[in-house]
Design a protein around this ligand. Structure first.
Ligand code: BEZ
Length: 219
């Protein structure tokens, strides 16, 4: 029973719309708490292991989009089940060999505490390496989105940027965003929830509607 409880803890997946699990962790920037990031958005991401090639390409790519994220009031923090010394050696190696400074902190989650809180371990794939997870946490520390990728597939930074832009657009304008949406394109007006609102939506001709439930507008 105790073992089963431990397993449940390790595989717990947090839920969108709920408060992001709080933690205090050792990082390459010293001890940091999730609450230190309150007031800005945060991308918390995990990688399988230091000194591995796909992870190296991702670290370089994350560092390259960091300035754009900062412009959107969004911070970045990495994590793996490696020591802080390993992280320091790896980021120094990336800077020396790939000429890319790693501008964000990286959690040394040796006891798998944060990995457990966020369900970053997929034991069917690896019991010792965190999967390629991305958690988008907003300025009020609500978990807003999650992406889970396997060990062998590097993530797409343009999609991560697009996701932050879409979420912030939703918050600012009360709209949704369609498939493949990019900033500057039309957005979706949330569908009416009553028959009366459906009638007025059609009658008012305020939006570009294909039908009562499918309306778009410019921002
Ligand atoms: C990599 O980062 O290259 C990698 C890590 C774990 C499994 C496969 C590839």
């Amino acid at each position: 029973m105790e073992e089963a409880a431990k397993e449940t803890q390790v595989t717990r997946i947090p839920r969108i719309g709920e408060p992001a699990p709080q933690f205090t962790a050792e990082t390459t920037f010293g001890t940091l708490k999730l609450s230190d990031f309150k007031g800005s958005w945060l991308i918390l991401f995990s990688h399988p292991a230091d000194f591995t090639p796909v992870c190296t390409t991702e670290f370089i790519a994350f560092a390259k989009i960091h300035p754009q994220l900062k412009e959107m009031n969004c911070e970045l923090m990495g994590l793996s089940i490696d020591s802080v010394y390993s992280h320091i050696a790896w980021v120094r190696n990336i800077e020396k060999n790939m000429r890319q400074k790693i501008s964000f902190p990286v959690i040394a989650d040796l006891n798998k505490e944060v990995a457990g809180l966020y369900g970053m371990l997929m034991p069917g794939e690896s019991k010792t390496e965190t999967s390629r997870c991305v958690f988008v946490i907003d300025d009020k520390q609500t978990l807003r989105a999650m992406i889970y990728y396997p060990l062998t597939t590097g993530r797409n930074m343009q999609e991560i940027l697009r996701l932050i832009q879409a979420l912030q657009t939703t918050d600012t304008h009360g709209v949704a965003t369609p498939a493949n949406w990019k900033p500057g394109q039309k957005v979706i007006v949330p569908p009416p929830k009553t028959q009366e609102n459906a009638d007025t939506r059609v009658a008012e001709k305020q939006y570009e509607c294909k039908d009562w439930y499918f309306c778009r507008r410019e921002l």
